[in-house]
Design a binder for this molecule. Structure first.
Ligand code: ADP
Ligand code: MG
Length: 315
């Protein structure tokens, strides 16, 4: 984007997110310069959100700006990392300054909330999409991965899965709910809250961890495959929010199992370390890891359990 690019960057992309001592050089030069943290390993993730694919076309700038960063902070959370920096590559079909202002304010606000410096990016013209690269730190050797689950470990999930999928269904008029439930669920879809603090608390506790972006069963399948194990999920144990029950009724469990976009953490913990979870609010045990491969769901026949979440390349 040649014309006005520098002015756009100055106006909307130079706020810098959270101030950090380790940023030697942020937005404005050819690249950012960052100081290393001794004793730590760098954790890096990148994710793109595309108009009409990851958010409904016509979404407010504040929702897209929030989502673009939130989904990447969720990946860092799933690794147990402490977020530090983010880069934004933004592709815009046209310059709508009101939309851009909202986008930048939301992005900057979420960055500051999590101590993340906004250290650079790129701005181009094309179909609306935002790619964020997020970086964070873990003490050396302590990153959480998908591959450490072992038979006998408990399976836990944060928050109340299914809410975001219900929020999307409400926006698309596939569900109906009273004003209060509707607002809560739509908010959970439009403004997901990455579980950054929880991820760091799980270091040294969880044996494996993944964030729920494509649906609980689908992401649990991925975790189990990476760990070479299977699992049994008790659908009756799923923490369903009152708003989800009101909106989805008998379909609530199916949404909690299959619905995407929650950005909660799904993790496994060996029995000997489960005492450490007592001090964590909003975490629920939903099943157990087994040697036998595959994800089996019991306790709620209407819920099914064969789905594998959202897959862009499913045929
Ligand atoms: P170059 O042509 O050298 O890549 P750019 O004109 O793309 O430089 O960017 C100039 C500066 O503005 C760089 O520091 C870059 O990181 C920053 N920048 C560009 N777009 C964004 C954006 N969307 N968010 C944050 N920083 C940006
Ligand atoms: Mg550039």
């Amino acid at each position: 984007m040649a014309a006005g690019e520098f002015e756009l960057i100055r106006r909307y992309f130079s706020s810098g997110g959270a101030p950090r001592d380790d940023v030697r050089l942020g937005v404005g030069d050819d690249a950012a310069v960052l100081a290393q943290r001794p004793g730590c390993e760098l954790v890096i993730a990148t994710d793109t959100v595309v108009d009409g694919v990851h958010f409904p076309s016509g979404s407010a700038g504040r929702c897209v700006g929030h989502r673009a960063l939130a989904v990447n902070l969720s990946d860092l959370a799933a690794m147990g990392a402490e977020p530090a920096w983010a880069l934004l590559a933004l592709t815009l079909p046209a310059v709508d300054e009101a939309w851009l202002g909202e986008f930048a304010t939301a992005f900057d606000g979420l960055a500051r909330q999590h101590g993340v410096a906004w250290i650079g990016g790129d701005t181009t013209r094309g179909p609306l999409a935002a790619t964020v690269t997020a970086c964070g730190w873990v003490p050396a050797g302590q990153a959480l991965t998908r591959s450490g689950a072992r038979a006998g470990d408990g399976i836990f999930v944060s928050g109340s899965p299914g809410d975001a999928a219900a929020g999307l269904a409400l926006l698309q008029r596939r569900l109906e709910a009273g004003a209060e439930a509707r607002e809560a669920l739509v908010r959970r879809f439009l403004l997901p809250e990455p579980r950054v603090a929880l991820g760091q608390r799980l270091r040294g506790v969880a044996s494996a961890c993944i964030d729920v972006s494509d649906g609980l069963v689908g992401d649990l399948t991925r975790l189990c495959e990476a760990s070479g194990v299977g699992c049994e999920v008790d659908a009756a144990a799923l923490p369903l929010s009152p708003a989800l029950r009101e909106a989805a009724r008998t379909g609530a469990r199916a949404l909690a199992l299959q619905g995407g976009d929650d950005y909660e953490l799904l993790f496994t913990v060996p029995a000997a370390r489960q005492g450490a979870l007592a001090s964590l609010a909003g975490v629920t045990r939903i099943g157990v890891v087994t040697e036998r491969p595959g994800v089996r769901v019991s306790g709620a026949p209407e819920a099914g359990g064969t789905g594998h979440g959202y897959d862009h390349f499913a045929i």
